[in-house]
Design a binder for this molecule. Structure first.
Ligand SMILES: [Zn+2]
Length: 90
C-alpha cells in the first residue's frame, strides 16, 4: 500500500524525532512499519460511530519481538499537507 519512497520519508522523520527507538514494553530495538496509515476517527458520543469527521492520521510501528504497536501522528512528523492537519487548536 505505501510506496518505498513514502516509507523512507516516514522512517527518516521518525528517526529524527526518536533516534533510539526502543520498545517501551520489552526494550527491543527492531520494528516493522505498518503498510498503510491508521485513521483514528474523533468521536463526541460513545453510543454512536461518526465516520468521515475529524481524525488523527498516524503511522504505526510494531515491535518485532512483543508486537507492541506504537502510533505516531503524521502531523507531528511534518508529513501532512497544511490543510489536512487536525492536531492544531482552532
Ligand atoms: Zn516489544
Amino acid at each position: 500500500m505505501l510506496t518505498y519512497e513514502q516509507k523512507e520519508k516516514i522512517k527518516d522523520e521518525l528517526i529524527k524525532k526518536v533516534p533510539n527507538l526502543t520498545c517501551p514494553m520489552c526494550q527491543n530495538k527492531g520494528f516493522t512499519m505498518a503498510d498503510g496509515y491508521f485513521l483514528n476517527s474523533m468521536q463526541a458520543d460513545l453510543n454512536s460511530v461518526n465516520l468521515g469527521g475529524e481524525a488523527i492520521p498516524t503511522i504505526a510501528v510494531i515491535c518485532n519481538n512483543c508486537g507492541f504497536v506504537s502510533q505516531h501522528a503524521l502531523g507531528s512528523l511534518g508529513l501532512l499537507p497544511k490543510e489536512a492537519k487536525t492536531d492544531e487548536p482552532k
